[in-house]
Write a protein that binds this ligand. Structure first.
Ligand SMILES: Nc1nc2c(c(=O)[nH]1)N[C@H]1C(S)=C(S)[C@@H](COP(=O)(O)O)O[C@H]1N2
Ligand SMILES: [Mo]
Length: 316
């Protein structure tokens, strides 16, 4: 497995990642708690943070790492599934900072290192279901978004959270030239209670390593009960706002892509059914096995109460 150095962390401080990987073997052999991921700063002694296997993880078969890192949607690098893996190497992910602004008591621009210093990383094995009708099971490494939001102290007037990916045409071929598939920056949004839900994470890694650029390095959202496009990659700005923020896919086609975009087998996309899905790695073409798509992608026990009283056909 290729282990890349997390951005901005000197090699001398990276040893604990190896510890983490060694302990992952223990986990595989059945040890209850183990995994260790490390984030440390240059100035303070290396802090070792316990990355436990989350109780929120699914025990379904994981998608092959090679598939999860070569079949991607990241339109900043092109619209074909193979484009992000081919082109995302040009993205410079260090240094990286995220501006958190809007309706918060403590707006801040955090470096990636600032963001990671106090958090305990966890491995979360989540399904990712794309609106196009395919799904994967990916072992993410990350931490609840709620922990970061708490640090900036959202004001009572904050009702939604808006996210933006960076605009950097020099490094992102999909952002230059005549044909640009989307308006930039790529934007997404969540209601504040969705953003604060314990299943909503910011991921910094997958498969025991830092995130490959094509999967949204160095920091991306993962919201497992919503279609994949809500899980915005390579985030540079998070804004707490009062009104429902515009999102990229809604701006492009609001008949087809709603704000909520909860995985819902009962609400079809106008051009295709959402009742079933193809699990990547389980055959293709004529031999593709299709699985039933589950309401809220199978996370209904945890999230259905967020939508009590909301008409999910009108609010798709
Ligand atoms: N910035 C940005 N984020 C994005 C996208 C994108 O084009 N740009 N595509 C989305 C879509 S449609 C999906 S299905 C997931 C795919 O994540 P993965 O490539 O890690 O599987 O990323 C989402 N996040
Ligand atoms: Mo998607």
């Amino acid at each position: 497995m290729l282990i890349r150095k997390p951005p901005d962390i000197p090699a001398s401080e990276i040893t604990p990642l190896n510890t983490y990987l060694r302990r992952r073997d223990l986990l595989a052999r059945g040890a209850a708690l183990a995994a260790l991921a490390a984030v440390s700063s240059r100035s303070t002694r290396a802090a070792l943070l316990e990355a436990k296997k989350s109780p929120f993880s699914t025990n379904e078969t994981q998608t092959r790492q090679a598939d999860a890192t070569s079949y991607n949607n990241f339109y900043e690098f092109g619209t074909d599934k193979a484009d992000p893996a081919a082109n995302a190497g040009s993205l410079k992910i260090a240094p990286w900072s995220v501006k958190i602004d809007g309706l918060v008591a403590k707006p801040a621009t955090y470096t990636l290192e600032d963001i990671l210093k106090p958090v305990a990383l966890e491995e979360r094995i989540y399904r990712l279901r794309c609106v196009e009708g395919w799904s994967m099971v990916i072992p993410w490494i990350g931490f609840p978004l709620a922990e970061l939001l708490a640090r900036v102290e959202p004001l009572g007037s904050a009702k939604y959270v808006a996210f933006e990916t960076l605009v950097r045409p020099d490094e992102m071929p999909g952002q230059r030239g005549l044909f640009q598939p989307l308006p930039w920056p790529y934007r997404e949004g969540l209601r504040l209670d969705e953003a604060m839900h314990p299943l909503t994470i910011l991921a910094t890694g997958m498969y025991g390593a830092t995130l490959p650029n094509q999967n949204g390095a160095p920091l991306r959202l993962v919201v497992p009960w919503k279609y994949g496009f809500k899980s915005i990659k390579s985030i540079v700005r998070i804004s707490l706002v009062e009104k429902q923020p515009p999102t990229t896919w809604q701006a492009l086609q609001d008949e087809e892509y709603g704000f909520y975009s909860n995985v819902n087998p009962e609400v079809d996309h106008p051009r295709w059914s959402q009742a079933t899905e193809r699990r990547i790695g389980e055959g293709s073409g004529l031999f593709a096995k299709r699985r039933p798509t589950l309401m809220f992608n199978g996370y209904g026990d945890q999230v259905a109460q967020l939508y009590a009283g909301l008409d999910l056909r009108a609010n798709f």
